[in-house]
Design a protein around this ligand. Structure first.
Ligand SMILES: NC(=O)c1ccc[n+]([C@@H]2O[C@H](COP(=O)([O-])OP(=O)(O)OC[C@H]3O[C@@H](n4cnc5c(N)ncnc54)[C@H](O)[C@@H]3O)[C@@H](O)[C@H]2O)c1
Length: 248
């Protein structure tokens, strides 16, 4: 990853910040792009003063995605990769889910992923690069009260395949990493709201624990790196065996 320039959206979050830290430790330069400029800058500052920069980017705005990708090139001279970790989680019964909540979920998880991929690929068009979407086991496995989340993540898994085959001729690889439950603030909020029973989750995961952000970062960095040069259009599930498990 030495001297590669990677834009990480949702880079101030639990998984995103860990990916940024890992990339910088491997010699890359990162743009920590997230909703709030001050928060993004603070996270970037803690990672590295000269190899990380913070940027404001709400990925639901195609213009904001253009600005963030342009900023990466302006500051570091090139763009080699993007990881999209931006996301929200708002479980609710499908029968009463407000249309606005449905629309917001699809906007952040699916529309934003496309806008950001488009803006970044435009900057990698001549030199090639790699894109990694953070999806979820929910791209494959249905959970109740998460209709919009599951549908949007499944949409990103298919988007991964379509962009991979469309952009392969430009040597832009597109892959996804799909975690099961990860110990981040998103999960803490779901536990606090009573949406998740952490002991029940542990019992459901064959490896017997929730994922750590580092488990997800390892998979994302692998897919960004030259080690994955011939891998594109693939969803790699980092789930401790969740999807394989089909017993009682
Ligand atoms: N935590 C888990 O258990 C888990 C499991 C599977 C998948 N995921 C996925 O991993 C990704 C990262 O989750 P996390 O656990 O780090 O959550 P997190 O809440 O710690 O971080 C998410 C980040 O996304 C940012 N964000 C939200 N909306 C945005 C927008 N419109 N534009 C830009 N940034 C935005 C937030 O500000 C936050 O910094 C999400 O896509 C999530 O769906 C998480």
């Amino acid at each position: 990853m030495k001297d590669k320039v990677i834009l990480v959206a949702g880079g101030a979050g639990g998984i995103g910040a860990e990916i940024c830290r890992r990339l910088v430790s491997l010699g890359a330069r990162v743009v920590v792009a997230d909703m709030d400029r001050a928060v993004s800058q603070a996270v970037a500052g803690r990672i590295s003063v000269d190899r990380a920069m913070g940027a404001e980017c709400d990925i639901t705005s195609a213009d904001a995605c253009e600005r963030a990708a342009a900023l990466a090139v302006e500051r570091f001279g090139r763009l080699d990769g993007m990881v999209n970790c931006a996301g929200i989680s708002r479980p609710g019964d499908s029968i009463s889910l407000p249309a606005a909540d449905w629309a917001r979920m699809v906007d952040v998880q699916l529309n934003g992923a496309f806008y950001l991929a488009q803006s970044c690929a435009r900057r990698m068009w001549e030199s090639g690069g790699a894109i990694v979407f953070i999806t979820s086991t929910n791209a494959e496995a249905a959970f109740p009260r998460r209709a919009a989340y599951c549908a949007a993540k499944a949409g990103v898994a298919m988007l991964t395949k379509v962009l991979a085959i469309e952009w392969a001729s430009r040597q832009i690889r597109v892959n996804a990493v799909g975690p099961a439950y990860v110990e981040t603030e998103m999960t803490q909020r779901n536990i606090a709201a009573g949406n998740v029973d952490v002991e029940q989750i542990r019992r459901r995961i064959p490896l017997g624990r929730l994922a750590q952000p580092g488990d997800v970062a390892s998979a994302a960095v692998f897919l960004l790196s030259g080690q994955a040069n011939f891998i594109t259009g693939h969803s790699l599930y980092v789930d401790g065996g969740w999807l394989a498990y089909g017993y009682f």
